[in-house]
Design a protein around this ligand. Structure first.
Ligand SMILES: Nc1ncnc2c1ncn2[C@@H]1O[C@H](COP(=O)(O)OP(=O)(O)OP(=O)(O)O)[C@@H](O)[C@H]1O
Ligand SMILES: [Mg+2]
Length: 250
């Protein structure tokens, strides 16, 4: 496996008496695609919030490029967050801003690029996600698949080292969902960024993943290549997979 860009080490997190994560350790390899699977309520979103410093762990460390976000200063956290692009569930575009302004938002905020340079970058990214020329459209006139593509363009506009996808297929019909999986697969090959995908869509997951981690009962019940996970003998893993795909016989 490649050198880890993110390391969760002995991470525990509870809310009151509810233990969500317990002594969890997970390495995210650089330049690869890691998919985090798990039933609802197992702490997938909590894991992501810990990673960007929106939540603090009770114990353990979370190293992003060697910086422990659990103990980082605000200035260090700002630097870490600049290296992370996020594609939120449901697209989360600003409805009052055009497509171009949505994609340009992080550039205006974090860089001093000229308007021409920003326009060129926006056009380049729209072409990359297969949506040339839609700069002036408003989010309300986009289909669900287009919204995801625009969100993806915005997530990578700062050339982040790491991109987090929260349920990139949610709310999409199967055909559009396959198109988004194909786009993520292409982006992965083209950009060489580290992708972390939170997903319930197991079939699409196996097509793009280099590594799969499955959360269950506060820890990882599976952590390996898609092939290793597919052949897991853990009953919970097999039941989770079986609902969505034909499993090979043991
Ligand atoms: N801020 C919080 N305060 C209290 N409990 C929380 C908080 N955030 C998350 N939880 C609890 O932690 C558990 C894990 O939540 P999380 O949102 O990470 O699940 P998930 O795996 O992302 O689920 P889903 O697949 O439904 O999105 C849940 O029981 C949730 O109620
Ligand atoms: Mg969640």
């Amino acid at each position: 496996m490649a050198e880890p860009v993110i390391r969760f080490q002995g991470v525990s997190k509870s809310f009151g008496s509810k233990v969500v994560l317990q002594d969890l350790s997970l390495d995210i390899p650089r330049g690869q695609t890691t998919v985090i699977l798990g039933p609802s309520g197992t702490g997938k979103s909590v894991l992501i919030k810990l990673l960007v410093g929106l939540l603090e762990p009770d114990e353990g460390s979370i190293l992003v490029e060697g910086v422990d976000v659990a103990t980082a200063t605000e200035a260090e956290l700002f630097e870490v967050r600049k290296q992370i692009g996020m594609l939120f569930q449901d697209g989360a575009l600003f409805d009052s801003l055009s497509v171009a302004d949505n994609i340009a938002f992080p550039l205006r905020r974090h860089t001093t690029l000229s308007d021409e340079a920003i326009a060129a970058k926006v056009a380049e990214l729209l072409a990359k996600v297969g949506l040339e020329g839609i700069e002036e459209l408003m989010p309300s006139s986009l289909s669900g698949g287009m919204r995801k593509r625009v969100s993806l363009a915005r997530a990578i506009v700062m050339d982040p080292e790491i991109v987090l996808f929260d349920e990139p297929n949610s709310g999409l019909d199967p055909v559009t969902s396959d198109e988004i999986d194909a786009l993520i697969g292409r982006m992965k090959d083209e950009l060489g960024m580290t992708f972390i995908i939170i997903s319930h869509d197991i079939v699409g997951t196996f097509a793009v993943a280099d590594k799969i981690a499955m959360l269950y009962n506060g820890g990882l019940i599976a952590d390996g290549t898609p092939d290793e996970v597919l052949h897991s003998r853990e009953d919970v893993v097999r039941r989770f997979l079986k609902r969505n795909m034909e499993l090979p016989p043991l």
